[in-house]
Write a protein that binds this ligand. Structure first.
Ligand code: HAM
Length: 439
């Protein structure tokens, strides 16, 4: 039997209401805050990520799905990569389509995206090789920290709307490139005498970009990492001021945060503000829900004009896992069919087809079986369908035009005309919990 590839999975119908809810609330957040959607290709030139995300990052160094495209008569096969993230592609699109060109000074471009990303990480709960991200990027000529605070405020609303609580916002500043260079010198000096205590990957990081040592998850490296100087102590004046303003904007919005000076994020494009939102007890080890930050130099790295940028992405897989159990239950229940048609006898069957069509035209979600069955079997099928109601049509019902409508949760049954049924189903609350909410 052929099965899914390691680290990939099927999202089955019973989980889709949860996924759709997260997507819907995200889209609603983006609508309220003035973002527009963009879709970029699933694969890009490898160079985009090598330059954008950085050669020394785990993502580029170890985790990309890269392949050489078939050569053509006029060209050698080029190296392509399944996107491991979508900030570099969105900035590429922003440059390629000159979206920046017709902007007035100070005008921002706010874009969002949703789709699969690919990283060859070691699979475990909450970590997949094909996973899904929803993200947003704000680009333009301004690097006002108020832009950052507005993004965080939007995420705050988003999490509340999903009823995801007990999350922590971690913030840090990774400085500007000049202060980073000075800090990296300091960092290398501090690492050098302790190199023999670090893993092989950390040796590579030390050579290529010492900042990436903070990404190491190897247990035996942690005592050394804990002694290293932190970037926050080496910040330039402007970055410090920017960070202070960012914090003041969060305070003004009543958003709680924790400064984590060791959080440097696993991608090279960040400058100044970086943040993560780590999630609740339901997530286990892979508990980072959201990651983001400022990436002012990225456009130039990719050959574009100087553009300031700030954004984030969250893992949809993890956001779905973080939904509270009662919310997940409510969403699954609300996804139920409205009505299951049970018919008895040939005349009722024809009527059932006709009425099912009328109900569907009126917006009611209807399922039925096509086989004529005994009452007991047919009702068992209705129960199994998890529909809210069963519509029972027998010969008497065909003659009288009044049908039996059975509420499958309570067992109550009424005799109603088709029009009355349409009104009832359109107005009846979808689940017990919804009823409570409406009160
Ligand atoms: P990232 O921190 O690499 O940032 O990923 C963001 C989120 O994607 C993570 O916090 C996590 O929820 C989810 N994620 C990452 N890898 C996996 C995986 N293997 N399985 C499941 N979920 C995963 C970025 O990708 C940046 N592009 C974010 C950004 C946008 N920064 C600025 N703009």
């Amino acid at each position: 039997m052929i099965q899914t590839v390691r680290g990939t999975r099927d999202i089955l119908p019973e989980d889709m209401p949860l996924w759709r809810r997260v997507e819907d609330v995200a889209r609603e957040s983006f609508r309220r805050y003035g973002y527009r959607e963009i879709r970029t290709p699933i694969f890009e030139k490898t160079e985009l990520f090598a330059r954008g995300v950085g050669e020394a990052t785990d993502i580029v160094h170890k985790e990309m799905y890269t392949f050489v495209d078939r050569a053509r008569a006029d060209s050698e096969g080029e190296s392509l990569t399944l996107r491991p993230e979508n900030t570099a592609p969105v900035v590429r699109a922003y440059i390629q389509h000159k979206i920046f060109a017709d902007k007035s000074p100070g005008e921002l471009t706010k874009l969002y995206y949703s789709g699969p990303m690919f990283r060859r990480e070691r699979p475990q709960a909450g970590r997949y090789r094909q996973f899904y991200q929803i993200g947003a990027e704000v680009m333009g000529s301004s690097d006002d920290p108020a832009i950052e605070a507005e993004v965080i405020e939007m995420l705050d609303w988003f999490l509340k709307e999903l009823k995801i609580t007990n999350t922590t916002l971690l913030i840090n500043s990774v400085g500007d490139p000049a202060s980073r260079a000075a800090y990296l010198e300091k960092l290398r000096e501090a690492i050098r005498p302790k190199l023999d205590k670090l893993c092989a990957d950390c040796h590579h990081r030390y050579e290529a970009n010492a900042l990436r040592v903070f990404d190491c998850k190897v247990e035996s490296c942690q005592p050394v990492i804990a002694t290293l100087p932190v970037i926050t102590d080496s910040l330039d004046e402007a970055s410090l001021e920017h960070f202070e303003k960012f914090k003041a904007h969060l305070d003004a919005r009543g958003v709680a945060y924790t400064v984590n000076p060791r959080m440097v994020r696993g991608l090279d494009y960040y400058t100044r503000t970086a943040f993560e939102i780590v999630g609740n007890d339901k997530l286990g080890a892979q508990n980072t829900l959201v990651g983001g930050g400022r990436y002012d130099g990225l456009s130039e790295t990719l050959g574009g004009p100087p553009i300031k940028g700030f954004g984030f992405a969250f893992g949809l897989d993890r956001m779905v896992m973080a939904l509270p159990d009662d919310e997940a239950e409510r969403l699954r229940a609300a996804d139920a069919l409205d009505l299951f048609v049970v018919f008895l006898g040939a005349a009722a069957r024809d009527r059932a087809f006709e009425d099912a069509r009328k109900l569907r035209e009126a917006g009611v979600a209807v399922a039925m079986e096509f086989e004529d069955r005994k009452m007991k079997k047919a009702m068992a099928a209705a129960d199994k369908s998890r529909a809210r109601f069963a519509l029972i049509i027998g010969e008497n019902e065909v003659a009288s035009g009044k049908y039996g409508l059975k509420n499958l949760a309570s067992g109550e049954q009424e005799s109603l005309s088709l029009d009355e049924i349409i009104v009832k189903i359109a107005t009846e609350p979808r689940s017990h919990r919804d009823k409570e909410k409406e009160r």
